[in-house]
Design a protein around this ligand. Structure first.
Ligand code: ARG
Length: 299
């Protein structure tokens, strides 16, 4: 299946990428009470990364992609996680699966169980079984999905509840499957802006209790639910969200974010988070960023 989209394509102009000079690290005024939670993540090297279809509005197959730049930028993310003390596990990339680098979509894991992904578009369907095979071989009880869902791209764990997106990729029926598999409340949130087609492009988990999000990416009911649950959330503006600033990942103390999301960076620092800014502009050509390249493993 191949979807042509008529919506305006967001700006994905690549910045010059190097491994060493693209990173900014700030440590001023980090709140000493913010203690990091040890993270284990799964990543996939973008060895076969390219853009050959238009399954989201960011993608333009007529724009050239540079696999070497994608690899170098991805490495900066991998190394940032390693330096933060995360355990980074790797799944082998498969030739022909352009998007496999976006590991977040490979499933959702919690309490030693892995709920597999069932992708919307034909281009990505083979990733579902590949990730499930990896989960099975790496200590997870695998739950094969009945309904269409794109894993942690649309399912984020926060404050004991699973926040689950739908509207573009993940089906509402899969939220019921989640309820059956995991002993957690599942909060369904409808996404309404095609630029923010996965929940992890419209929302970031900051720590166990708080989140950041772009209000306009959700329908009225979703916004009301988020306001009620997270009165202290960071509300991110359109400019930062449009460089996939929300597509970020952290350990409760340090957030790894898109370097170009400078407003979000300031917001985070004013709340006492440390930030690491990275340039993943090449991977933005596929409509993904930091969080998309990161699948949290919760054994
Ligand atoms: N090209 C990929 C797709 O459209 C990008 C996935 C981004 N992943 C994410 N977790 N938001 O499926």
């Amino acid at each position: 299946m191949h979807q042509e989209t008529t919506a305006a394509r967001p700006e994905t102009t690549a910045h010059t990428a190097t491994t060493a000079h693209t990173e900014t690290m700030t440590s001023a005024a980090t709140d000493p009470t913010r203690t990091p939670v040890h993270k284990t993540v799964l990543m996939c090297r973008p060895e076969h990364f390219t853009v050959t279809s238009t399954i989201n509005v960011w993608m333009d197959p007529s724009k050239p992609t540079r696999t070497d730049v994608a690899l170098a930028q991805w490495q900066t993310l991998h190394d940032a996680y390693t330096r933060l003390g995360y355990d980074v596990e790797l799944i082998d990339p498969i030739d022909g699966l352009d998007d496999m680098v976006y590991a977040a979509n490979g499933g959702f894991t919690l309490d030693g169980k892995a709920y597999g992904a069932k992708f919307t578009y034909a281009e990505r369907i083979p990733e579902g079984p590949a990730y499930m095979e990896w989960f099975g071989a790496n200590g997870f009880e695998v739950h094969e999905p009945e309904h269409v869902n794109e894993g942690e791209g649309d399912m984020l764990l926060s404050a004991g509840a699973i926040l689950a997106g739908h509207g573009f990729r993940t089906s509402l029926d899969s939220h019921d499957e989640l309820r059956g598999i995991f002993d957690r409340e599942v909060v369904s949130l409808r996404l309404v802006d095609p630029r923010f087609y996965h929940l992890d492009t419209a929302m970031a988990i900051l720590d166990g209790d708080n989140i950041a999000y772009l209000p306009a990416a959700f329908d009225d009911a979703g916004r009301a639910e988020l306001e009620r649950r997270y009165p202290d959330a960071i509300l991110v503006d359109e400019a930062d969200a449009s460089v996939l600033g929300l597509n970020s990942f952290g350990d409760g103390r340090t957030m790894v974010i898109a370097q170009r999301a400078t407003g979000f960076e300031r917001q985070l620092r004013s709340r006492g988070y440390e930030t690491i800014g990275l340039d993943l502009s090449e991977l933005l050509l596929g409509g993904g960023g930091i969080k998309c390249c990161t699948l949290e493993l919760r054994r």
